[in-house]
Design a protein. Structure first.
Lengths: 102, 102
DNA sequence: TAAATAGGTAACTTTAAAGTTACTCATTCA
DNA sequence: TGAATGAGTAACTTTAAAGTTACCTATTTA
């Protein structure tokens, strides 16, 4: 399967909403689906994408599949963010250095 | 115009590559376009999207349009990231608290 | 001032993503 | 054990995004 792009994964508002739900509590798939207008199979697809890209884990308990947040996907995003965080921090420090000189 | 979703904006690999280029130096549009296989109008569209969503600023110098990174777009992403950073930090602290008890 | 350079935009095509319905399997419970 | 519940998946449709080409304007320079 083609490696999923984490940026592509969180581009979808529904998927971000799912992540937010799961940041409050772990939930079985039907409960998640109840929070959306769209059909359960649609939610199911989103969950598969989130699982394949490392944002959630799914554990089967009887006939229920519980979803939990998984740090892996977030780490990839954070690495990207950190680069630009550092860019802006460095820029600010540079400005401060100029101020000190002046 | 419909408000642009910053997550949607950075979902495109070309746009992220543009941001990376601009983290090294500010550049006029043609120079940016030279770094890509795609046509200049395609790059131009990406730049408009990046500008409209607050990731870059464009300043006209004669017939050249210089592109620079703009912090606004990044801040929106960072706010989102911080929520989940906090989620994982809190979770770790909770685990540590359990360890201390046990 | 004509040619070259820098860039915007409209019209169109292609493609992939997100949704749907219909079907299937597995588990639970009455 | 049959009905209900929880969930996966295949086949299809629709839509929006990303790219293209063609054409236009503005600025610079020879």
């Amino acid at each position: 399967m083609a490696q999923l792009d984490v940026f592509q994964v969180i581009a979808d508002p529904s998927r971000r909403q799912i992540l937010h739900l799961l940041s409050i509590d772990q939930l079985p798939i039907n409960i998640i689906a109840n929070n959306f207008e769209m059909s359960r199979p649609a939610v199911s697809k989103h969950l598969k994408i989130l699982a394949d890209s490392g944002f959630i884990s799914i554990s089967v308990k009887g006939r229920e599949h519980y979803c939990t947040l998984n740090e892996d996907g977030f780490v990839q995003l954070k690495n990207w963010m950190d680069y630009y965080d550092n860019f802006w921090k460095t820029k600010l420090q540079h400005l401060e250095a100029l101020m000190d000189q002046g």
